[in-house]
Design a binder for this molecule. Structure first.
Ligand code: TPP
Length: 953
């Protein structure tokens, strides 16, 4: 077809719809239509002025070229053709506008805080229609499920579908199948489910459950914090629907992450945590038996799990424990889901769902949302879609949306993954349940995220002791006279004759009587046991005392060699990089000679042996497949095809799965994910590696609120490993220090382990130790950079053989001087040992002994005492390369002193050598770095006078 030779029949009545459809496609993307149509439309548009709608489509005359063509037609009169075509075109354009912007006029706010504003594009006049056009039939060819309809009918359908209690955003979805699925799902039924009488009653009952829970606690514990759901009670029937519909579609397990708001209500009404247990916590009792230990947490942060049946299908619920830091639980939940999917062999990811419940202010404000969304399609992180439910009470503490976000909706960040978004009025529970059903179906069908934005209000203050009218007087005046949703819905059902007022009252009273009975039972309720070592965790125990827990980490030389062989073998016809071949040759040689095993080889041996024993190994971090320092090479890349070969995935049929993953460029998100994974899978070695150790600072909240304190707060163990490159090598302030001091500050009550190993074999053992004991503790490892290639930093295979183990302190094997002749003992940790060793050899300082503190926490005081007691006459020097206010010094200082006091040593204070206190971790100048390094080494060895420690000045 070409513009000049247009056949007049194309503009006859029926074809006009076809053209209108084409026109809509062209509006969407000009390349969606044939090039001739494209230029035809372009031509037409160039005669108009508006961006979206050419003037001819608004009732102005056709461009003359079309008129000429049309006038040649003898099928219909020109006016009739024009009218029919224009009607169809304009109607389709208007329909499209409703699909795109109908949500702007939807009645989603129960408080109607803002006057409704009509959007110009949603008015028929915008398309050139006048009041006279309302009753004329328009051919729309089954768009909206109507073949021909009057403008009035079209408008009413559009208003029902797009501007009722639900505002839908879905045109941003790029996948045509997903987009049209949503469109059909909502348009065919005018975006309403016709609930059965039983269904309606069930919704009413769930609302009663939700409301009476809050009211009851409000009455009995007035002013006590519970972060009530009041004003958003429809969340409970929504959650019920997700589980119910999900169970029909193959769901077996739901892992929920949520903050404070409504959490107790969800615990009771969704996870069915007994009300008496909640009451007992309100009375001030702990949620776990006292003797279990730990600090416990406030009741609205605790996790729980339960099994429930929906129409014969079981759903296991887990509510993840949550710290106060909003939204940070998101990646943790997703990691947990991923691990559970692996355990269930849920390859389609339809059995386990991550359900994240958010606050509106937090959803818009917290960057971790973007990091979590980024997992959605990534091979090693995806979970087949997450459902997001927002308890949108239109306020964040005291801050109104206008002050807390620039985007129109709090949900806009979800468009990163093109999730469909359903905004729904919380006062219309049927619509809430309806969209929850559609969102669940969407997730199960497309394995993609969906968002349910339940717009309600917060009936009281941020917490129950808070006065909201200081800051939102108008809003709270409205709320004071606003009826409860349960009442609104009961009235509706009574009106529809689906419920009698007697039955409505009976349901309400029954629930309250039940709560009253439970309240009485709360008086004597005692938690009988903590649920922390069940399921996958059974067989594991609370960690024993600090000493003697090496685990059996050694592996026979023959097994090590067989792993070594796999690690260094390249498949036939696989062309690896020449330099990598040299690396592999070196590894092979060292393995054959059973000596000179370097750091990365030892690491691969640790991974390989654990895999061989059937444990999964998962390492994720930025560029960790190759390794930031080109050291690891866990993945071989064919130089011609870029095919990947992972040697450690080829050990045996029954080996554990090996995943080494180049992660997205996120720290908090990825660390949170791996922590979550480790919580669900105690038998996997789960590791996160920072590119440089200091970048972990972006994930500090995960370290503080989960890794360091999770076990104490929530009785949840984790064997997660953090690998943090650390060491002073002149690379400047940011790439030298992993901020070891921060981790040490967090150490208490045997919560984590912090190591700074100096030998490959010790690294091998400390990794294996994570799984070779019957308890789990997070492990923080300062890992090397230059040591990766330091010829002195090597081990023998015999150091990893059976009956060898991790050493928390390493004595001085390089100095044979008798104990009595030692005048100086230098204690250090990590890489600085090699600088000290080199300088000592060079200066032939035979009376100096160097001890290495390989594990800093738990502090190995007994072991140190044994070493130090051998040389009671010697001065004790602590040496570190970090500034005095950083590194281990302030942590080891008093602990070393305590060891010395307990010994028979002459000196009871260790002397500090290292860089002086500094604001920045390291210098940016190489020459200054070298000068500083030389000085501190010389001072430690007694070659230069020690400056008084800054703190002592
Ligand atoms: C990261 C973080 N910043 C600040 C807070 C303090 N805080 C707790 S709740 C809250 C308001 C949250 O508003 P919203 O997300 O809308 O949830 P709502 O409480 O209204 O349900 C704030 C600021 C916090 N807990 N976490």
């Amino acid at each position: 077809m070409d513009e000049t030779s247009l056949d007049p029949s194309v503009l006859s009545g029926l074809n006009s719809t076809y053209i209108a459809d084409l026109y809509e496609k062209w509006l969407d993307d000009p390349n969606h239509v044939d090039s001739n149509w494209k230029s035809w439309f372009e031509n037409l548009k160039s005669n108009g002025s508006s961006n979206d709608v050419p003037d001819w489509a608004k009732g102005k005359p056709y461009p003359s070229d079309i008129m000429e063509t049309v006038s040649k037609s003898d099928a219909l009169s020109t006016d009739q053709v024009r009218q029919a075509t224009m009607d169809s075109l304009r109607a389709v354009m208007m329909i499209r506008a409703y699909r795109a912007r109908g949500h702007l006029e939807a009645k989603t706010d129960p408080l109607e805080l803002e006057d409704s504003v009509e959007h110009p594009e949603l008015s028929p006049e915008f398309y050139g229609f006048t009041k006279d056009d309302y009753d004329r039939p328009i051919f729309i060819d089954n768009v909206l499920g109507l073949e021909t309809a009057t403008l009035k009918q079209i408008l009413s359908t559009l208003k029902d579908t797009y501007c009722g209690s639900i505002g839908v955003e879905y045109l941003h979805i790029q996948d045509p199948e997903q987009k049209s699925w949503i469109q059909q799902r909502i348009e065919n039924i005018r975006n309403q489910t016709a609930f059965t009488d039983k269904g309606k009653e069930a919704i009413y009952e769930r609302l009663v459950d939700a409301e009476s829970f809050e009211r009851f606690l409000n009455k009995k514990y007035t002013g006590t914090k519970r972060f009530g759901l009041d004003g958003s009670e429809s969340v409970i029937p929504a959650l019920e629907q997700i589980a119910k519909r999900g169970s029909q579609l193959g769901l077996e397990e739901i892992v929920i992450g949520m903050a404070h708001r409504g959490r107790l209500n969800v615990l009771n009404n969704v996870l069915q945590k007994p009300f008496r247990a909640i009451i007992s916590e309100f009375m001030g009792n702990p949620s776990n038996p006292e003797e279990t230990g730990g600090s416990g947490d406030v009741k609205y942060h605790m996790g729980s799990s339960s099994d429930r049946e929906f129409d014969g299908a079981n759903i296991h619920f887990t509510l993840n424990a949550n710290p106060s830091h909003l939204e940070v639980v998101n990646p943790v939940v997703i990691g947990r889901v991923r691990a559970k999917q692996n355990q269930r062999k849920d390859v389609d990811r339809k059995k386990v769902l991550g359900l994240l419940i958010h606050g509106d202010a937090a959803f818009a404000g917290q960057g971790i949302l973007a990091e979590t969304f980024d997992f959605a399609e990534l091979r090693s992180y995806k979970t087949g879609g997450t459902l997001h439910l927002i308890i949108n009470n239109q306020i964040g503490f005291t801050t109104a949306p206008a002050y807390s976000r620039s985007s129109p909706y709090c949900t806009d960040v979800a468009k990163i993954v093109m999730a469909p978004i359903f905004h729904v009025n919380a006062d219309d529970p049927e619509s809430v349940v309806h969209v929850s059903r559609i969102a669940t179906e969407f997730r199960q069908k497309f394995s993609a995220d969906a968002v349910i934005d339940i717009i309600g209000y917060r009936r009281y203050g941020h917490n129950e002791g808070d006065e909201p009218s200081f800051t939102q007087p108008i809003m709270y005046r409205k709320i004071a006279s606003h009826p409860f949703v349960t009442k609104i819905y009961a009235d509706k059902l009574i009106n529809e004759k689906k419920l009698t007022s007697e039955l409505a009252k009976e349901i309400y009273d029954r629930r309250n009587d039940f709560l009253e009975e439970e309240f009485q039972a709360g008086n004597s309720y005692l938690p009988n046991k903590a649920d922390w070592l069940e399921g996958k965790w059974s067989g594991l125990k609370k960690a024993p005392g600090l000493e003697e827990r090496r685990g059996s980490t050694g592996v026979s030389i023959s097994k090590l060699k067989s792993i070594g062989n796999i690690m260094t073998t390249v498949p036939d016809k696989f062309e690896i990089h020449k330099k990598l071949q040299r690396v592999l040759d070196n590894r092979k040689r060292s393995l054959e000679s059973a000596s000179n095993i370097d750091w990365s080889t030892a690491e691969q041996l640790a991974f390989g042996t654990l895999l061989m024993e059937g444990n999964p190994v998962r390492l994720s971090g930025q560029d960790c497949g190759r390794g930031t320092f080109s050291q690891r090479h866990s993945v071989f890349i064919d130089q011609n095809s870029e095919d990947r070969y992972i040697p450690l995935s080829n050990i045996s049929k029954d080996q554990g799965s090996f995943e080494v993953i180049d992660s997205p460029l996120s720290e908090a998100g990825v660390l949170g994910f791996e922590y979550g994974f480790s919580q669900a899978e105690p038998n996997a070695l789960v590791m996160w590696e920072a590119q440089f150790g200091d970048f972990a600072n972006g994930a500090q909240v995960i370290v503080d609120q989960f890794i360091a304190s999770g076990e104490a707060k929530w009785l949840r163990m984790s064997g997660l490993v953090m690998l943090l490159p650390h060491g002073y090598e002149g690379q400047g302030p940011e790439h030298s220090s992993a901020r070891l001091e921060r981790y040490l500050r967090l150490c208490a009550e045997d919560n984590i382990q912090v190591v700074n190993c100096s030998t490959p074999s010790n690294y091998f053992h400390v990794l294996r130790r994570q799984l070779c004991r019957d308890f789990r503790k997070p492990l923080i490892v300062m890992t090397p950079k230059s040591l990766l290639r330091n010829k002195l930093c090597v081990s023998n295979l015999s150091d990893m053989d059976e009956n060898t183990s991790f050493h928390r302190v390493i004595g001085d094997n390089n100095n044979q001087t008798r104990d009595e002749e030692i005048t100086r003992v230098v204690i250090c940790s990590g890489k600085i040992f090699y600088d000290l060793l080199e300088a000592r050899e060079k200066n032939n300082l035979t009376n100096v002994r160097i001890l290495r503190l390989e594990q800093i926490y738990p502090f190995p005081k007994k072991s140190l005492l044994r070493f130090i007691s051998k040389t009671p006459q010697a001065e004790i020097i602590w040496c570190q390369e970090e500034p005095e206010n950083m590194g281990s010094w302030s942590f080891v200082d008093r602990r070393l002193e305590a060891v010395l006091i307990n010994s028979k040593c002459k000196y009871t204070r260790p002397i500090y050598t290292g860089r002086p206190e500094a604001a920045s971790p390291a210098t940016g100048t190489m020459s200054r770095h070298l000068r500083e390094q030389k000085l501190l080494v010389n001072q430690a060895l007694g070659l230069e006078k020690i400056k008084t420690a800054t703190a002592a000045e």
